[in-house]
Unconditional design. Structure first.
Length: 151
């Protein structure tokens, strides 16, 4: 699995908004500048997040984006699915190399492994909330079951 820039930037943008929940709406160009991301990319990602109900937008001079729900209710999977449209692409289903071999009518002993992997990835991402990412790395490592690095 490869995390695309759409997915990574989507999480970065959502986290940026989560850190600024007590402030007024934030415009996409400000997020892009503060996070060092391409502004056009950020605007497209924020539009996808808005369509998925993760962020809300306000028009006008003081307009911008804010989280539509509390960070404790938004999973990393929801963010990635909104930004990237899928969390794990089962390539043989989305881009079959052979219409016969890769069709659902044909038996494939490999496909169940990819489907199982997709489900496990989604389970992990569903277990991590945007609010979890507001903590320092050691706390996040502990939350997701990774060893805490010693300095």
């Amino acid at each position: 699995m490869r995390i695309t820039t759409w997915a990574e930037y989507g999480v970065i943008c959502a986290l940026h908004l989560a850190k600024r929940t007590n402030e007024s709406a934030v415009n996409g160009r400000d997020i892009a500048a503060r996070e060092g991301l391409p502004a056009d990319y950020v605007e497209q990602i924020l539009l996808r997040l808005r369509r998925a109900g993760i962020v809300s937008s306000t028009r006008g001079a003081r307009g911008g984006y804010a989280l539509a729900r509390p960070a404790v209710e938004i999973t990393v999977r929801q963010i990635i699915a909104a930004a990237e449209l899928v969390t794990f692409d089962v390539h043989c289903e989305s881009h079959p190399i052979d219409e016969v071999r890769c069709s659902s009518a044909h038996e494939c002993s490999i496909r169940p492994v990819w489907i199982m992997l997709q489900r496990r990835i989604d389970e992990v991402l569903d277990g991590v909330f945007l609010a979890d990412l507001l903590h320092a790395e050691p706390a996040v490592r502990q939350r997701v079951g990774l060893p805490v690095l010693q300095a």
